[in-house]
Design a binder for this molecule. Structure first.
Ligand SMILES: Cc1cc2nc3c(=O)[nH]c(=O)nc-3n(C[C@H](O)[C@H](O)[C@H](O)COP(=O)(O)OP(=O)(O)OC[C@H]3O[C@@H](n4cnc5c(N)ncnc54)[C@H](O)[C@@H]3O)c2cc1C
Length: 406
């Protein structure tokens, strides 16, 4: 048996590193074990996509973004919410700003790698030992035993810290280290996990070859997208395999549920959500003269080149034969979804450690002293900063619980 840190953190993503920081600040000796050669790989990937750290929405509305887990997350957010996250970044020398959509980002002067570097420097000052290339293999027979392998030497060993945090991430973007491989170790001790499913991901539509070749990739701005009674505004991206973009990501839970009932499921696209059906009809009643439908739509409604092709792709000609029918179709265009994009491509993962396996401190009931934080818990939230915030908040929560317990 090797050293016995007072707290072991398994997984060096945002949830694990924040728990490490808070525990070290509370005076604990902390070691972080990370399977990859570097920590924070998915954190850096998040940085490439805009680095949306959190959101400025007021806390009650913010908590609702966690869906069925809203009540729990309201408690975690009350401990470490957006204000604390901004203060944490500022303390590392990274200023943040609220964008026009309410999302919060580091200011343009800061690259994601700079924030991570400043964070790691702070952890080093606090005495946190970061042991990269150390893979957690599972639980040892000792009451708090954890089995690890040094990936460089192949040496396997057991540690028995009085408390440990599992922060191993979800199961998308496996190349960052978040491969979901940890489920086997938890299942082995009887911990129930909810199967993983892609969240915040694109949807597959079986476009015809003509559509794929003619349209390829095309953004549709200021649209509304609906599924199962939920409607989201934003920008949709048509791709050769289907659709991507914030509205699709936000509708993943509804779409997943609809696909569970029947395949294909329908996404309803409204290309003119700011007009009433009557306003739209009046615009379409204007004389068209010798203009083609495409030119007419462009001129009267600012609907660009992919729209006529899209209309032909998803509806029969009679559906746009009259101004009335066309007005109806432009606000109610059915996109026939045959599935979600693969889990590995998803921005986040639904599923993970089932809530009934955890007590109110996020400690495993079957394994006293072992806590769980971050994306490996069974929750999902839309993009907009809610994912990182959820990871930070649960990391802070377990750190507080451990500090109280030790
Ligand atoms: C493309 C993309 C863009 C994103 N953009 C944003 C964004 O702008 N805003 C936002 O809020 N969120 C964003 N996210 C989501 C966010 O990055 C994740 O929710 C967050 O990183 C999860 O944090 P975590 O600490 O729970 O897990 P992770 O960051 O996944 O970290 C888990 C760590 O555990 C390690 N590990 C796994 N198994 C083992 C093992 N057996 N032993 C030891 N270590 C192990 C992994 O190598 C990894 O380093 C984005 C995600 C992606 C993929």
């Amino acid at each position: 048996m090797s050293s016995h840190p007072s707290v072991a953190i398994i997984g060096g993503g945002p949830a694990g590193l924040l728990a490490a920081q808070h525990l070290a600040e509370a005076g604990h000796r902390v070691s972080v074990y990370e399977a990859q050669a570097t920590v924070g790989r998915k954190f850096l990937v998040a940085g490439h996509g805009g680095f949306n750290l959190t959101h400025s929405e007021p806390l009650p509305a913010f908590g609702q973004r966690y869906g069925v887990q809203a009540e729990q997350f309201a408690i975690y957010l009350a401990l470490f919410g957006p204000a604390q996250l901004r203060a944490w970044a500022a303390d590392l020398g990274v200023e943040t700003f609220v964008g026009s959509s309410g999302r919060i980002f580091p200011t343009a002067d800061y690259k994601p790698a700079q924030l991570l570097r400043a964070w790691l420097a702070r952890l080093a000052e606090l005495g946190v030992a970061i042991k990269t290339r150390h893979r957690w293999l599972g639980f040892a027979p000792e009451p708090t035993g954890l089995r690890l392998r040094d990936e460089q030497t192949g040496r396997e060993f057991t540690i028995c810290p009085p408390a440990a945090v599992l922060a191993l991430g979800g199961a998308s973007w496996a190349k960052t280290g978040s491969d979901g491989g940890w489920t086997a170790a938890l299942t082995a001790i009887g911990v129930r996990t909810t199967p993983f499913a892609p969240a915040n991901c694109g949807a597959e539509v079986a476009w015809g070859v003509f559509f794929q070749e003619k349209v390829g990739r095309a953004p549709l701005k200021n649209i509304a997208l609906s599924c199962e009674g939920h409607t989201v505004r934003g920008e949709l991206l048509l791709t050769d395999y289907g659709v991507e973009g914030t509205p699709v990501y936000a509708l993943t839970p509804a779409l997943r549920a609809a696909l569970g009932q029947q395949v294909p499921a329908t996404l309803w696209l409204n290309l003119k959500p700011d007009l009433t059906p009557e306003q739209l009809r009046q615009k379409l009643l204007k004389p068209r003269g010798s203009k083609s439908w495409g030119a007419f739509l462009q001129q009267t409604l600012h609907l660009g080149p992919p729209i006529p092709t899209l209309l032909r792709e998803v509806a029969p000609p009679e559906a746009s034969a009259t101004p009335e029918a066309l007005a109806q179709l432009l606000q109610h265009l059915p996109l026939s979804v045959r599935g979600l994009r693969p889990l590995d491509e998803a921005i986040s993962t639904a599923g993970g450690v089932a809530w009934e396996e955890l007590d109110e401190h996020l400690m495993l009931r079957r394994r006293p002293g072992t806590f769980v934080a971050g994306e490996m818990l069974d929750w999902e939230a839309p993009t907009g900063g809610y994912l990182l915030q959820g990871c930070f908040s649960t990391g802070a929560w377990v750190a507080k619980a451990i500090t109280r317990q030790l």
